[in-house]
Write a protein that binds this ligand. Structure first.
Ligand code: THU
Length: 130
């Protein structure tokens, strides 16, 4: 199954009673395994958990820790850019050259690198004094 097919399928499971905006994400880990996530909202925090964060959590829970490729899909006029929090989460588990492809459900896509997704990223190296 392609990453796009996996993200498209999991998007249908999104729990979005507040936004009504379903998002699906699929990660190919460096192991080759595919991990998926959809957005899950709740009444106290209606923005809930993003699809990308869900896919990262599934990847870590499955024992993988590096992203080789990621794909996100939503029913929007233009490919939806990941939110700020998800950019930092993706950068935690992906090299700067990793490709992120953002899709609309009608087939429009935009591919960018993790470096372009989060320029000037804060990393653990910024805490080194030696
Ligand atoms: N959302 C995602 O899951 N990923 C994105 O990249 C953008 C936004 C979700 C969060 C919330 O459930 C809904 O979309 C509206 O913000």
């Amino acid at each position: 199954m392609t990453l796009l097919a996996a993200a498209t399928a999991v998007r249908l499971n999104a729990y979005v009673p507040y936004s009504r905006f379903k998002v699906g994400a699929a990660i190919r880990a460096t192991s080759g395994a595919v991990h998926v996530g959809c957005n899950v909202e709740n009444v106290a925090y209606p923005e809930g958990t993003c699809a990308e964060a869900g896919a990262i959590a599934a990847m870590v829970a499955a024992g993988d820790s590096r992203i080789a490729e990621i794909c996100v899909i939503a029913d929007s006029p233009e490919p939806v850019p990941c939110c700020g929090g998800c950019r930092q989460k993706i950068a935690e588990f992906a090299d700067p050259s990793v490709l992120v492809t953002l899709w609309t459900t009608d087939g429009k896509s935009r591919t960018i690198t993790v470096a372009d997704l989060l320029p000037g990223v804060f990393t653990a190296a910024h805490m080194d004094r030696t």
